[in-house]
Design a protein around this ligand. Structure first.
Ligand code: ZN
Ligand code: ZN
Ligand code: ZN
Length: 443
């Protein structure tokens, strides 16, 4: 910390750190950017990291995972919030009239892979976990009953009563195939909605389009389920109203039917997967029980959470990692082991289970949306970068040129990542970002 403070380049370093917005693990780049006049070939401007502190430029890591970098994950969360909200009430290029389009908040769950410890409440009282008077004993000698009233922070929640009976293979295969199950659900939903209105899918397209935004959330047992905003628009998207016969009620009917009907098969194992029986649909209104703000905040929150809330790792598992030595709970270890074992089967290579073992088999995107839902994360990012660029020009770091008369040649290489402990303290002071727990953070 002291050597950084005394470094003659401290001010420039501090400036770089401020620009990363408090990123916990900034990426170090070494390289140069040259601007040439396209007509004459003259070098107009050269920027090189040679003159930067330690010869590198520090840029934000831009992860969406809060466990890796709270500051960058916060940017991602805020962008996701804006994106989901724009699809509900307009803004960011989406007309405000979308707020009158029928819209549902839908939750699709995973099926059961065995009895797990749960916490349920009724009238404010916590119920016994899994009380059975004449509980059977499983082949491993475990009584299939648990009369505990689990606390909300009980680490056993989501873990099986008998790990040896639990279908770990099924759990990770479901995660792996769930993006396909979702895709089939959206197709089936269009078909069903068309039929309920006496139309073919093709004819429906002339009147109604259906827009989606969804996030995946890990349940404690380590399977994903999906929360989605599903909205009815007119034929060209959010800028046209849907016809009056296209109602939220009919949409809800179609959701229930489609979710119950679709299946996806892991063909080499002849295992067929479908959604769990708990399917929830709730209308989103501006002033009702479920408001646009609540939905946008909910979806954005899950966009930055990944499998590590189940107790797995927030990094890829290497083939040489000793699973027994990883600092994780046994349930997560067994899920990861199932990924590693199934991932070695030649017939299942397409599922890339080894690559996604730390995600417990799920390799889909955490938040996705259909083309017409609202603005894109890319557009929000571009708007922010444009703002940064303008700032660079006004502070004299980048020359102001006509875009199409200048040839830009850039060369960058990765030169490391992260901050030393002392630098972390300085960065926290500079950016007002909460410090990671010292000693408890592998980064
Ligand atoms: Zn970061
Ligand atoms: Zn229990
Ligand atoms: Zn058992």
């Amino acid at each position: 910390m002291i050597s950084r403070l005394h470094d003659p380049d401290y001010n420039r370093w501090a400036c770089q750190i401020k620009r990363t917005g408090g990123c916990r693990q900034p990426i170090h780049l070494r390289g140069k950017v040259e601007h040439y006049d396209q007509a004459t070939g003259h070098l107009l401007h050269r920027y090189s990291t040679n003159n930067e502190p330690n010869g590198v430029l520090r840029v934000a890591c831009k992860t969406r995972r809060a466990s890796l970098c709270p500051a960058c994950a916060e940017v991602y969360r805020a962008d996701t919030y804006q994106l989901v909200r724009a699809g509900l009430v307009g803004g960011k290029g989406v007309p405000e009239a979308v707020s009158s389009h029928p819209c549902l908040f839908v939750t699709l769950t995973a099926p059961s892979f065995g009895t797990v410890h749960t916490r349920r409440e009724k009238n404010g009282k916590v119920l016994p976990c899994h009380a059975r008077r004449n509980a059977e004993t499983c082949p491993h000698g475990q009584t299939m009953s648990c009369t505990n009233r689990h606390r909300a922070d009980d680490p056993r929640l989501g873990e099986p009563l008998c790990p040896d009976c639990y279908d770990y293979d099924g759990s990770v295969l479901f995660n792996a195939i769930s993006p396909e199950l979702w895709r089939r659900f959206t197709l089936a939903l269009r078909r069903r909605f068309a039929r309920l209105n006496g139309l073919t899918v093709k004819a429906l397209r002339g009147h109604v389009s259906i827009a989606f935004a969804k996030v995946a959330e890990y349940q404690r047992r380590g399977v994903v389920h999906f929360h989605a905003v599903i909205r009815l628009d007119g034929p060209t998207g959010p800028d046209t109203p849907p016809p009056t016969w296209a109602t939220a009620d009919t949409l809800a009917q179609a959701v229930h039917h489609a979710a119950a009907a679709v299946t996806a098969e892991v063909k080499p194992l002849r295992r067929v997967f479908r959604w769990g029986t708990q399917i929830d649909t709730r209308p989103i209104t501006m002033d009702g029980d479920l408001t646009d703000q609540a939905v946008a905040a909910y979806i954005a929150k899950y966009a930055t959470k990944a499998a590590e809330c189940v107790g797995t790792l927030d990094r890829r598992i290497q083939p040489l990692d000793n699973l027994d030595a990883l600092p994780i709970r046994d349930h997560a270890r067994r899920l990861i082991a199932a990924c590693m074992r199934l991932g070695n089967e030649p017939a299942l290579v397409d599922l890339r289970l080894i690559h996604w073992a730390h995600m417990l088999g799920f390799r889909g995107h955490f938040s996705t949306k259909s083309r017409h839902y609202s603005t894109t994360l890319g557009a929000l990012r571009a708007a922010r970068e444009e703002h940064m660029r303008t700032e660079e020009i006004t502070t004299g770091r980048l020359p102001l040129f006509e875009e199409d008369t200048v040839l830009v040649i850039a060369h960058w290489e990765y030169a490391g990542q992260g901050l030393s402990l002392g630098e972390q303290l300085l960065a926290a002071a500079l950016t007002g970002v909460r410090l990671p727990q010292i000693g408890g953070d592998p980064q």
